[in-house]
Design a binder for this molecule. Structure first.
Ligand code: TXA
Ligand code: MG
Length: 356
């Protein structure tokens, strides 16, 4: 076990001496967790193969699932990518810094392990001053998967990072909770039309507004596990976002959902399970269960996205055995929320129908 150094920093104007301590670890092959606008990432020098191996080990992440490489300037992409399609150029100018990851053909300065042997690379420029300062002071692109143990909900606060990785990493830059709460949207621009491989902080609707054509990979909206041979994004085939508790997602028209959630909560409680209900402000008073938590209002899907991972972790702290979760509409950030919830449930999806 190593000692993990905690560095509290101002999210808008990070103290440079603290950022330099963190950058010192990155430059010497170490691991630093840092905030982005989406979730906390666990960073290592993307061009240092040994550092990347340490990163996979600390997270217990399978070696076939490459992390995203973070840059602080669009210019840095030219070193990492073989070519930059015009569409990508446009997207970077509109959405960066921000929660949009682009898949490019990779250049040969990138070590194999950084991209898990693929001929492509995932790159993004985060919209967070701490992340940008860290990358800039480290003077290298930073590979950073979410800073959780593989398979667990992503961390949206430094506390979550420590719960999973204390003693396994060199430092955490703590700038308070993250704003968006779900990871970046992953868009493959090596294919025509570009394809969303993972829904995230940049809504599909926002991409459609600026691109003539853009598609959702079928895995994005899948209601059952996707067969491994059909997987285009390596992360899709691994277990994800799962709290210790079992999760069931109930989808459908709202009044039918409320009825079904109560029915399931009752069923599990009668069998002696401790039951949590994950719901919204509009329905929070409708439920009887051991623990009831609202993610926020249905009219504000951003708040639902922001609270999702923290609430899943809180249910574990409250020792809940089963979480029965309400579905939300598949629009805006709701698409990312539902993709995470369905995966967290291992695709235990119950469709509530209006007729009894
Ligand atoms: O918001 C985020 O994206 C956060 C913060 C820290 O920036 N990072 C993050 O990284 O979520 P990670 O490693 O947990 O997720 C990366 C996703 C995985 O689903 C992975 O399979 C996919 O991107 N990915 C990485 N490289 C890829 C590639 N070359 N082709 C297709 N998918 C790729
Ligand atoms: Mg992750």
């Amino acid at each position: 076990m190593k000692k993990t150094v905690m560095l509290k920093v101002n999210p808008q104007t990070p103290e440079i001496e603290k950022v330099r301590i963190a950058a010192g670890f990155i430059r010497t092959g170490g691991l630093v967790a840092f905030p982005t606008e989406t979730v906390y990432g666990l960073g290592a020098d993307a061009l240092n193969a040994r550092a990347i191996l340490t990163l996979f080990e600390a997270k217990k992440r399978p070696l076939d699932n490459p992390p995203i490489v973070h840059v602080c300037d669009i210019k840095d992409v030219h070193r990492l990518a073989q070519e930059i399609p015009t569409t990508a150029d446009k997207l970077m100018r509109i959405f960066w810094p921000g929660p949009l990851t682009l898949i490019f053909r990779r250049s040969n300065i990138v070590p194999d392990v950084t991209v898990a042997g693929l001929d492509t690379i995932a790159v993004r420029m985060p919209r967070h001053n701490v992340a940008l300062a860290l990358i800039s002071e480290s003077e290298c692109p930073i590979s950073a998967p979410s800073a959780n143990l593989a398979g667990k909900p992503s961390p949206t606060a430094a506390r979550h990072v420590l719960d999973d990785l204390d003693g396994r990493i060199d430092a955490v830059l703590d700038a308070g909770p993250t704003v968006i709460g779900v990871e970046s949207t992953v868009l493959d621009v090596t294919v025509d039309p570009p394809q969303v491989l993972r829904p995230g902080g940049t809504p599909f609707e926002a991409l459609k507004e600026v691109l003539d054509q853009v598609e959702l990979n079928p895995a994005v909206t899948a209601e059952k596990p996707v067969p491994a041979e059909k997987v285009r994004s390596p992360g899709i085939k691994h277990k994800h976002y799962a709290p210790n508790a079992d999760v069931v997602v109930v989808e459908g028209e709202l009044s039918a959902v409320v009825r079904k959630v109560n029915e399931l909560a009752m069923y599990y409680m009668k069998r002696g399970s401790r039951v949590g209900v994950l719901c919204t402000d509009e329905t929070v008073d409708c439920y009887q269960a051991d623990v009831v938590k609202s993610l926020g209002s249905r009219s504000n899907l951003a708040s639902i996205a922001r609270n999702l991972f923290a609430h899943l972790r809180e249910f574990d702290l409250e020792r809940v055995d089963v979480i029965v979760a309400e579905g939300v509409p598949l629009e805006g950030l709701g698409l990312a929320v539902m993709n995470r919830l369905r995966k967290a449930s291992g695709y235990k999806i119950v469709k509530a129908s209006a007729t009894l």
